[in-house]
Design a protein around this ligand. Structure first.
Ligand SMILES: Nc1ncnc2c1ncn2[C@@H]1O[C@H](COP(=O)(O)OP(=O)(O)O)[C@@H](O)[C@H]1O
Ligand code: SF4
Ligand SMILES: [Mg+2]
Length: 399
């Protein structure tokens, strides 16, 4: 972390959902949507949060504003831990932290006029109660907000369905700005908009940020979307934070295998960009966030988590060398077609002996650490964090 004081600091944040099934919920199924993440955001900066759909981005945003009760961890806003303060003390923070959602239609009450939608927060937080005519002051503020987001005064009496998607997102932004927040959590605010409208909304958010010293947590599922707007970026994968770096560092010198894979799937227009030409294809299934095993969440898809064990390298006993290793692929008995070891299963004594006897000379196994120990997010270079056991080996030439 550098010398600046963060406005928001999230430490070891967890949000689990209980999905247990059966009689008395005896089959315990815990969905670890957010599983111990750390991040900090400085005042006035934009922190981009990216990752594939379902990795826990929205849950992170919703837990920070306490729409969800955190399972564990700290949410320090200006040093105050929102995770533990009583609900009655949350009100001022519900004003200071606002959210903008992906689907402005779903997030705007269709039976309320624009005035009511934007004015709701002004009422809740009694913003103009000290004015001679609070209603008039509120209406003036709403007109002013509408104009500042590129809408008109006469739109104030209309309903959400009378607007286009881009206009509805503008109403969502006006609603967030109405209570003069310090931090806005923008949950994929442009993902549902036409490409032509996306840049307008992003530019508007940037203008407001400069004018009002706003801090943003900007969530997106696509790295190309956040590069332009973010100062720093965090990359999530199934409830875990895999890498955090400044936007430039993350693009130019990504350290984590997952980030590298994500970046290599973005078409690179710059011929000098080191990522060009080295397209990494993400293989394997995305593991379930329910009851996850120990180990790195990315292990089942990580190229570096695999090693080929060749019989010739183990003259003493190939079977002994295989015992306890995790097989990356399903190994079938070539004669009976029965499964000897299933994908991602540990090779038992019995299976190892059988593999050797059946004449296999190579077995693709996982590196033990990747499958048994969960890597911590550590500062690898100044202000560049990554969670991977083999980060130094993988990045030898650039560290
Ligand atoms: N309210 C909820 N109840 C149960 N599970 C949820 C809830 N919200 C999200 N999840 C689950 O948590 C995981 C993360 O979801 P989400 O945070 O929406 O991901 P993202 O925003 O990155 O697409 C998913 O597996 C999702 O099904
Ligand atoms: S810890 Fe292992 S599986 Fe995870 S990213 Fe690093 S090398 Fe890959
Ligand atoms: Mg989401």
């Amino acid at each position: 972390m550098d010398e600046r004081k963060p406005l928001l600091e999230v430490r070891n944040l967890k949000k689990y959902f209980d999905k247990s099934r059966g009689f008395f919920k005896r089959e315990k199924r815990i969905l670890t949507a957010v599983d111990g993440i750390n991040l900090h955001i400085y005042k006035g900066e934009t922190f981009g949060l990216v990752g594939e759909s379902g990795c826990g981005k929205s849950t992170t945003g919703r837990t920070i504003v306490k729409l969800y009760k955190p399972t564990d961890g700290e949410i320090l806003f200006n040093g105050v831990d929102l995770a533990t303060i009583p609900e009655k003390d949350m009100l001022p923070y519900r004003r200071k932290i606002q959210m903008i959602f992906q689907d402005p239609y779903a997030s705007l009450n269709s039976r309320m006029t624009v005035t009511d939608i934007i004015g709701e927060g002004i009422d809740t937080h009694k913003i103009f109660d000290d004015q001679e005519d609070p209603e008039l002051a509120k209406q003036e503020k709403i007109y002013e907000l509408l104009e500042s987001v590129g809408l008109k005064r006469e739109h104030a009496s209309r309903y959400p369905h009378e607007f286009s998607g881009g206009q509805r997102q503008r109403i969502g932004i006006a609603r967030a700005l109405a209570v003069d927040p310090e931090l806005i959590i923008c949950d994929e605010p442009i993902s549902a908009l036409d490409v032509s409208i996306q840049a307008q909304v992003v530019n508007m958010l940037e203008d407001f940020q400069k004018e009002r010293e706003l801090t943003y947590l900007f969530i997106a599922h696509d790295l190309s979307m956040v590069k332009y707007i973010s100062d720093r970026i965090g990359v999530m994968y199934i409830g875990k934070m895999m890498e955090i770096a400044t936007s430039d560092d993350l693009y130019d010198k990504p350290l984590h295998p997952y980030t590298k894979a994500l970046l290599s799937s973005i078409p690179v227009p710059d011929p000098n960009n080191p990522n060009k030409g080295s397209r990494i294809v993400l293989e394997g299934d995305v593991p379930s966030p329910i009851n996850p095993k120990e180990g790195c969440r990315f292990a089942s898809r990580c190229y570096y988590a695999r090693v080929t064990m060749a019989k010739e390298n183990y003259p003493a006993s190939f079977s002994n060398a295989l015992i306890g290793k995790t097989s990356i692929k399903t190994i079938l008995n070539p004669e009976s077609r029965e499964i000897i070891v299933a994908e991602n299963q540990v090779i038992t004594d019995f299976a190892a002996t059988l593999i050797d006897e059946l004449g296999f000379t190579e077995v693709l196994v996982g590196k033990a650490k990747c499958f048994t120990e969960t890597p911590e997010l550590v500062e690898v270079r100044k202000n560049h964090y990554a969670a991977c056991h083999y980060i130094e080996e993988i990045n030898k030439d650039i560290l």
